[in-house]
Design a protein around this ligand. Structure first.
Ligand code: NAD
Length: 270
């Protein structure tokens, strides 16, 4: 039996909740952390304690982010995002729990989306909580740091870029109170807010199967839903290039590109 036939066999008669990771967006041009391509340039993502604790770390973060953001802002949903939105419209998929911060599921038309790690398009003040869009912040970053966008850098995951010398980078502050700004994403070393975990659990309860797409499941905040699905007896299907931490728990594993596999899967169920 082909991988696709096995995927259809496990999921066709089920209400499916989908857990996605960075691998769902690589075909949109946004790099992952632990894929075959990225392993060779593995890097430590910034942790919350570092970001929160030092002006130099925040400078480095926003300098890299200014260079990385245009790629994320300009990314378009790919066949994987579009197939999941279509499967939700048809009632096969109850919703998507995503570890991604790029907003591409909503852009593709998915309605029930739980963004475990927030989204890069929103920024807030750590002191007064005032919100600002990442788009307007980008304009302020560029105005304060003319010439920086022209630098040649390698794009890194999370709307980030490789960059070492940032001592002369000027970081804008909150327009309301002058406090430091942060992206509305969950940094490594921070926890996912409780209400977000509860929304994801509700999706899991409304479903009776779990499909993982493009995640190594190394990060616990995503892996916990695979464990939970296994505990309550939902069959688990995984579509990923490469091994994942959930492989032993899966009823079916498909090694393939998310866009190709999900497009074929949606066609097979039509
Ligand atoms: P990960 O990088 O740990 O794993 C991605 C997996 O997807 C890898 O196993 C890789 O081989 C696979 N993959 C890559 N391209 C694929 C494709 N086209 N089809 C199928 N599989 C593919 O990602 P993760 O598990 O999501 O954990 C990384 C964390 O970093 C997340 O929690 C997320 O918050 C953050 N992150 C987000 C983005 C984004 O928003 N697009 C990008 C990078 C990292």
């Amino acid at each position: 039996m082909s991988d696709l036939a096995r995927l259809v066999g496990v999921l066709a008669e089920r209400r499916v909740v989908v857990l996605t990771g960075a691998g769902c967006s690589t075909e949109s041009g946004i790099p992952d952390y632990r894929g075959e391509e990225t392993a060779r340039r593995a890097r430590q993502p910034m942790r919350f304690a570092a970001f929160n604790g030092s002006d130099a770390a925040r400078r480095r973060y926003w300098a890299r982010s200014m260079l990385g953001w245009p790629r994320v802002a300009g990314a378009e949903p790919n066949d994987a995002h579009l197939a999941l939105a279509e499967l939700e419209r048809r009632g096969h998929v109850v919703g998507v729990i995503t570890q991604n911060v790029d907003g591409l599921h909503a852009r593709a038309g998915s309605k029930r989306v739980v963004e475990l790690h927030g989204r890069l398009s929103e920024v807030s003040c750590v002191r007064c909580g005032a919100a600002e869009s990442r788009r307007t912040l980008q304009a302020r970053l560029e105005a304060l740091n003319p010439g920086w966008l022209g630098r040649r850098v390698e794009l890194a995951p999370d709307g980030d870029a490789e960059l070492d010398e940032t001592a002369d980078f000027v970081v804008p502050s909150c327009t309301a109170c002058g406090g430091a700004l942060r992206p509305r994403v969950v940094f490594f070393g921070e926890s996912v807010p409780r209400h977000v975990v509860e929304s994801a659990n509700e999706l899991l309860e409304d479903a009776n199967a779990l499909l993982v797409v493009g995640s190594s499941l190394v990060v616990f905040s995503g892996f916990r839903f695979v464990r939970r699905a296994a505990e309550v007896g939902h069959p688990i299907a995984i579509v990923n290039l490469g091994r994942t931490r959930g492989d032993e728990l899966a009823a079916v594993r498909v090694h393939g590109r998310a866009g190709d596999v999900l497009r074929a899967f949606a066609l097979a169920l039509a």
